[in-house]
Design a protein around this ligand. Structure first.
Ligand SMILES: Nc1ncnc2c1ncn2[C@@H]1O[C@H](COP(=O)(O)OP(=O)(O)OP(=O)(O)O)[C@@H](O)[C@H]1O
Length: 688
């Protein structure tokens, strides 16, 4: 690594100084780009006030995207190619040397000074190797201290005399203490991660990866990449990131804006299916059946249960003439619609037109020459409307699900041959509420309502959906997400060993089938960036019990002494609080993870001890650097130092041992620098 020497720097010959000069002029160019946008005069814009408002909004977004963030360096790398690069690969730039950064910056002549990390010309920064230099002679990484460019590091990929060395800057980036919410990894995306980030937009990718292998980071960078590569298409169709709960979404919400992407929506599955207010909870057995894919067929039958075949003809009176469509012909029309895979609502709209068409055929047969307007008017005829109402009545998804779960006969009819009698009893409400409005809907019920809604009216599809912590979804939830990317693609991220729901995924191909993306590529990430070697090795002792097929992750971080497992001899709560106080002596964040039931106990003890703390999802401050984390909310989060309270209680907090051990595995894999496990009760077998 190189550092400045004062004399050379003063003389302007020092390469580092030249890089600093380039940084200074790039920042000035960015400032000029922002000022250009700020000075746009909207009064010149003709058009409606709506388009002016839209434009104003776009300009504000562009200004925000061009902000020069004090602690995010404008570029982090440089590529020197062996041969000149063409304009289309390099954002309009030409030549051999390119600075790689978070956004595109150009000078007053429009020549690029910094190239977006997502441009094709930037790709070798992530992928080039000695084996395949990709025409790159030199790859330079920059080091920053408090926003100042202070070092660089070169690799001469085509120089056979230079050996492989581990990048110190890369190591420093990975070792940086964690403060606040998740940050981007653009400067250090690894080759196997980059392959997923830049995978083609048309295909769905599923990533299985152990804790801390960068699944979430990769998913977020993939959205940023796709928005760059297919901006217009995705701006029209939309993108969405799905996470397990709000605290997780708050933790990741700043990554995309820091990459200049402000328009990506975030939601939990529950928020997506918000047709009814969720106020109730299901016993696990009921939720398991309600989340089973067979329910889709049950609901299809329920939605179509109102269809009846006519016994009377439809007689349309027009002027002096009567046109008669006999019952058998009406039956044929209805059966044909039933046989087609179109939505119930769309079929209801098509039916009057089909009957009208049958009338028109009769008119033509008798020598009349009706036109389209006649067909429309026949379709609106009261006799036709009456047939439609009787034979293909409107379906209300909320009422249908309410009836299905409260009316045993109706359920038996719809579930015949699909659910056993026992399963039917399991999901029937013991005391059904009188109306859908007063029903205490559960999360699984809301998914059923969403499925029924889609059977009636097609759910609009987004362009791309990232589904994080996917392993916890039920088949019916996968279907709900799949509807939202039916004509788009998805990035599915998860870890079979971290599944903590009774319906957790055991097999990715099956999950992808429920999502409607059977042709997805399944990739595996095995290199861990969060958890030190010692800690991941300890946690991995649980793998044979919780996910026998999975190999333990490796770790890029050695950190000897990062794990302490200690049996408490004195007062347990006092010692846990003392361990938190000691952890807070280090730089970075601290998390105290405990079984959900023990959270009130520690909230009180920490307050009494005068240790300020926050809940997960709330940003820590200089005064409150401690987060008190219920084990059920730990998934996806990380802290520099973790104090884990009483593993046996974390396991006991779950309905069965395997789920309990999986919850413990999640809790054991949140620490970046140090994990301290404190127990009074014996440890679970494999950890003792
Ligand atoms: N290439 C990388 N360079 C630097 N840091 C990285 C890299 N990849 C991942 N990380 C960091 O490692 C940590 C773990 O990443 P992330 O949360 O994406 O992992 P995950 O696989 O989603 O974990 P979990 O299964 O626990 O949810 C984060 O701090 C992330 O920024």
């Amino acid at each position: 690594m190189h550092s400045p020497t004062t004399d050379a720097a003063a003389a302007g010959t020092d390469p580092l100084q030249r890089e600093r000069d380039h940084l200074a002029s790039s920042r000035a160019a960015l400032r000029a780009m922002r000022e250009d946008v700020e000075s746009l005069d909207l009064r010149d814009v003709t058009g409606t006030w709506v388009s002016a408002a839209v434009l104003h909004n776009q300009i504000q977004q562009r200004i925000a995207a061009l902000a020069d963030l004090a602690h995010t360096p404008l570029f982090f790398g440089r590529l020197d190619y062996l041969h000149a690069i063409s304009e289309e690969l390099a954002e309009g730039g030409t030549g051999e040397r390119f600075y790689i950064g978070r956004r595109h910056v150009h000078d007053a002549d429009g020549d690029p000074m910094v190239i977006d990390w997502r441009a094709p010309v930037s790709q070798p920064f992530y992928r080039a190797s000695r084996k395949d230099p990709m025409d790159v002679e030199r790859r330079r990484r920059f080091g920053y201290t408090a926003g100042e460019l202070t070092a660089y590091e070169d690799e001469h990929l085509t120089d056979p005399a230079e050996g492989d060395t581990r990048s110190a800057l890369l190591a420093a980036e990975i070792e940086k203490p964690r403060v606040g919410p998740m940050r981007d990894i653009v400067a250090t995306i690894q080759p196997e991660q980059d392959e997923i980030v830049r995978a083609d937009v048309s295909g769905t990718v599923c990533v299985q990866g152990a804790p801390g292998t960068g699944k979430t980071a990769v998913g977020l960078h993939r959205v940023a990449y796709l928005l760059y590569a297919h901006r217009e298409r995705l701006a029209r169709t939309g993108t969405l990131v799905i996470g397990p709960n709000n605290s997780f979404l708050q933790y990741i919400e700043q990554v995309l804006p820091a990459l200049g992407e402000l328009d990506v929506a975030q939601a939990t599955v529950q928020q997506l299916v918000g047709h009814v207010e969720v106020r109730g909870e299901d016993p696990a057995a009921a939720a398991l059946v309600k989340g089973d894919a067979r329910m889709a067929e049950v609901l299809k039958r329920a939605v179509r249960s109102g269809i009846t075949l006519p016994t009377e003809p439809c007689v349309v009176v027009r002027g002096a003439r009567r046109w008669r469509v006999p019952a058998y012909e009406l039956t044929g029309i209805i059966e044909e619609l039933q046989g087609r895979e179109i939505r119930y609502g769309a079929a209801a709209e098509a039916l009057p037109q089909r009957i009208a068409h049958a009338v028109l055929v009769k008119m033509e047969q008798s020598g009349e020459a009706p036109d389209d307007r006649v067909q429309d008017s026949v379709a609106r005829n009261t006799a036709v409307k009456a047939v439609v109402k009787a034979c293909w009545p409107p379906a209300d998804p909320v009422k249908l699900v309410h009836r299905l779960l409260s009316d045993a006969d109706f359920l038996a009819r719809c579930a015949d041959g699909l659910l056993t009698e026992e399963e039917q009893r399991t999901i029937l409400w013991e005391k059904p509420a009188r109306s859908p409005r007063t029903t205490r809907w559960s999360a699984a019920d809301a998914v059923l309502v969403d499925e029924a809604t889609d059977l009636v009216q097609r759910t609009p599809s987004l362009g791309h959906v990232v589904l994080d912590e996917a392993q916890d979804l039920s088949p019916m939830q996968y279907r709900a997400v799949g509807r939202r990317c039916s004509t788009g693609s998805a990035t599915v991220l998860g870890d079979l060993a971290q599944g903590t729901t009774p319906w957790a995924t055991t097999d990715w191909p099956e999950a992808l089938r429920h999502l409607g993306k059977s042709d997805a590529h399944i990739e595996e990430l095995t290199q861990g960036f969060r958890v030190p070697e010692e800690v991941i090795a300890y946690a991995s002792r649980l793998l044979p019990a919780i996910a026998p097929g999975l190999a333990p992750a490796t770790s890029v971080r050695e950190a000897p002494g990062s794990l302490t497992v200690r049996r408490v001899t004195g007062d347990h709560v006092t010692e846990v609080v003392a361990a938190c106080r000691a952890a807070l002596g280090h730089e970075g964040s601290t998390g105290l993870i405990a079984a959900d039931a023990r959270i009130p106990l520690f909230a009180e003890a920490l307050a009494e001890a005068g240790l300020p703390f926050v809940e997960p999802g709330v940003e820590t401050t200089a005064e409150a650097r401690l987060t008190l984390v219920p084990a059920s909310l730990a998934k996806g989060l990380e802290y520099d130092y973790v104090v884990l309270d009483e593993p046996a209680e974390v396991v006991a907090g779950e309905p069965d041992e395997r789920t309990g051990l999986r919850r413990l595995y999640v809790a054991l894999t949140r620490a970046v620098s140090g994990l301290q496990v404190l127990h009074s009760a014996p440890l679970p077998d494999r950890l003792g």
